[in-house]
Design a protein around this ligand. Sequence first.
Ligand SMILES: [Zn+2]
Length: 211
Amino acid sequence: VGGDLGLKSLLNLSDSYKEPIHHFEDKYRKKLHHWEKLRSRRYLLAKQAIAWDYHNKVLAPRQLDDFKNYQKARVMVAKYRQKIANQRLDQLQKFTTKLVKQYDIIVLEKLNIKGMLKNHKLARAITNASWSKLVSILQYKCDWYGKKLIQVNPAYTSQICINCGKNNHRLGLDKSEWLDVREWDCPNCGTRLDRDINAAQVILKKGLATQ
Ligand SMILES: [Zn+2]
């Protein structure tokens, strides 16, 4: 199977399945924000109180550990962050297990994640999608199950038509306009293409050609 690492979906497969991106953090955003605000306010108050203890030369100045309401906020922030991380990891574990059980050869694009993180508009979506984690989990599961993970150069994979093989060079659009195109018609052969599924199919073809 070929997989196109997406922004709208976590992974688009060449057999047309799209693994969704779940925004687990949305579920906890309000609570997390609430406790983060409390944590920083309570931290400042505790620091002030400690400073006064030192100023007044009290015998046993209080420490941060003594401020139970600050500690409670700190624990709550950690708890909600952990919940989000756990749910995200759980999705990756289930999805990668499904992939290695279902397919013998999995072809993905080789990503330059560091380079992509410099692009701030994409950074959030990319980190949310946990691409690098997906690839590393998939790699060790492929090793466990004796399956093959191939990574190919992603150049032009979304612009080449799977039907006729022509590189359509973003249909003459600039980069950001092209990113918004979800479906397109190949000017060469007229085939209607789903951007992500076409890319996954081109990735699969590229990967199999290396074998
Ligand atoms: Zn074509």
